[in-house]
Design a protein around this ligand. Structure first.
Ligand code: T5A
Length: 209
């Protein structure tokens, strides 16, 4: 595999869409061929799983474990059918969320133990991981206000503030222990966030060559 897998992560309203635009511009400037994915989603089946897991439902409670397994079912479809084939062609892949989301939302937010998450992760990922993750760190109060201003909220976005605070704490904890994750202050202006993203990409590119 010669392409690189770069992932954008963060809470709702952190500005992932805006960050992806900065990454695509940087890749275009470098003349690097790439494709984009999102999680959950990115294949026909995974998009159906995305709809299922995000929709608000009154008929039954979605258990934390079911939520976790749906995320990983969607992920394995995407990795095997899209991400790895693209990387094998030499293309870079930009991911709107990946495995770190499950560790943060289901591990931190839902409180699922590593004893359950780790075997599932290992079975699905088999050691596969992004070369670079740009984690957009934001106070959930600010992120949720941005998300609310944009429109209707989905099932996960309707969670209590403590859920997002726990998710953020897990993101920060994992980011502090993994050198392939770069934390970016997403509470700055859009231009400042884009500047930090370009710097992280330049540093990454320099380390590669
Ligand atoms: N999930 C996902 C899990 O629980 N486990 C998993 O394993 C996975 C993969 C996915 C949901 O599923 C959960 C997480 C999510 O709840 P999603 O749509 O992919 O849903 O993710 P969301 O976080 O819901 O996406 P959002 O669109 O809300 O967030 P973005 O993309 O970060 O926000 P964005 O870029 O659209 O920005 C939101 C608004 O803020 C403004 C933008 O203009 C926009 O209006 N904005 C700024 N404003 C001021 N200053 C800045 N710096 C700004 N940056 C952006």
């Amino acid at each position: 595999m010669s392409g690189k897998f770069i992932v954008i992560e963060g809470l709702e309203g952190a500005g992932k869409s805006t960050a992806i635009s900065a990454v695509t511009q940087w890749l275009n400037d470098k003349g690097i061929a790439f494709s984009q994915t999102r999680e959950p989603g990115g294949t026909a089946l995974a998009e159906e799983l995305r709809t299922l897991v995000k929709q608000v439902r009154d008929d039954e409670k979605v258990t934390a474990e079911a939520e976790l397994l749906i995320m990983y079912a969607a992920r394995v479809q995407l990795i095997d059918n899209v991400i790895k084939p693209e990387l094998n062609k030499g293309n870079w892949v930009i991911g709107d969320r990946h495995d770190l989301s499950s560790r943060a939302y289901q591990g931190g937010g839902r409180g699922i133990s590593d004893e359950l998450i780790e075997p599932v992760r290992n079975a699905v990922l088999k050691g596969f991981k992004p070369e670079l993750t740009l984690y957009l760190d934001i106070d959930p109060k600010i992120g949720l206000a941005r998300a609310r201003a944009r429109g209707e909220l989905d099932r996960i976005e309707l969670e209590e503030l403590t859920f997002f605070e726990n998710t953020r704490a897990k993101y920060q904890q994992i980011a502090s222990q993994d050198e392939s994750i770069v934390s970016i202050n997403a509470m700055q202006t859009i231009d400042e966030v884009a500047r930090d993203i370009r710097k992280a990409l330049d540093d990454f590119y320099q380390c590669m060559s």
